[in-house]
Design a binder for this molecule. Structure first.
Ligand code: 13P
Length: 248
């Protein structure tokens, strides 16, 4: 079976004091055992070392991005090697905010995923359609195109989690219905089965992101192909503990 996965994407939020408070909440929360749920939180780069050192050992940390190749003269970037060097196991790549606001193409995201994996990082790779794309009926084309750009560049999917995050659901309070999420997750799993392999389709976690809260996580988690969540806003609040607990 696929182990339930809950990621907390803090995005560009937090002061040192707020980070202390969030870590305290995470460390004191009652959650299912790490055999049942894998928990990864993703603070901004500058807080990664302190969060990693203070966080309960069964929770792990992720960077929110990294550079597309070996480090060097790339002002403002952080390389995959640096994350590995600091013992940061995970990185989120291709988040829709980076695709839309920073202009990251699917090819560029695919290159990043391939390079990060080659350096030993585990990757949460994000895909998802805009409202306009959904309304024009191109959701499945968009998410398969984004996944294809990754599939063309990697062989081993062991260290990849796919996050389906419909852009219209991110930060809007407009969560996908369980049926909408399940439809796309099942489509992506089938796409992997046909285009990669049945084994990869069976073992790769496909998690949902977009306005996940403690109030809707249980029902979403009950869907056959929903293997967990990537949580934004609610990952900064005590309810993140309840979302983690929706694994059981
Ligand atoms: P919200 O949970 O705030 O909608 O954000 C989702 C997200 O983008 C996680 O990566």
């Amino acid at each position: 079976g696929r182990k339930f996965f809950v990621g907390g994407n803090w995005k560009c939020n937090g002061t040192a004091d707020q980070v202390d408070k969030i870590v305290k909440i995470l460390n004191e929360g009652q959650v299912p055992s790490p055999d049942v749920v894998e928990v990864v939180v993703s603070p901004p780069y500058v807080f990664l070392p302190v969060v990693k050192s203070q966080l309960r050992p069964e929770f792990h940390v992720a960077a929110q991005n990294c550079w597309v190749k070996k480090g060097g003269a790339f002002t403002g970037e952080v390389s995959a090697e640096m994350l590995v060097n600091l013992g940061i196991p995970w990185v989120i790549l291709g988040h829709s905010e980076r695709r839309s606001l920073l202009g990251e193409s699917s090819e560029f995201v695919g290159d990043k995923v391939a390079y990060a994996l080659s350096q030993g990082l585990k990757v949460i790779a994000c895909v998802g359609e805009t409202l306009e794309q959904r309304e024009s009926g191109s959701t499945m084309d968009v998410v398969s195109g984004q996944t294809k750009a990754i599939a063309e560049r990697i062989k081993d999917w062991t260290n990849v989690v796919i996050a389906y995050e419909p852009v219209w659901a991110i930060g809007t309070g407009k969560v996908a219905t369980p049926a909408q999420a399940q439809d796309v997750h099942a489509f992506l799993r089938d796409w992997l089965k046909t285009n990669v392999s049945p084994e990869v389709a069976e073992s790769t976690r496909i998690i949902y992101g977009g306005s996940v809260t403690a109030a809707n996580s249980k029902e979403l988690a009950g869907q056959l192909d929903v293997d967990g969540f990537l949580v934004g806003g609610a990952s900064l609040k005590p309810e993140f503990i309840d979302i983690i607990s929706s694994a059981t």
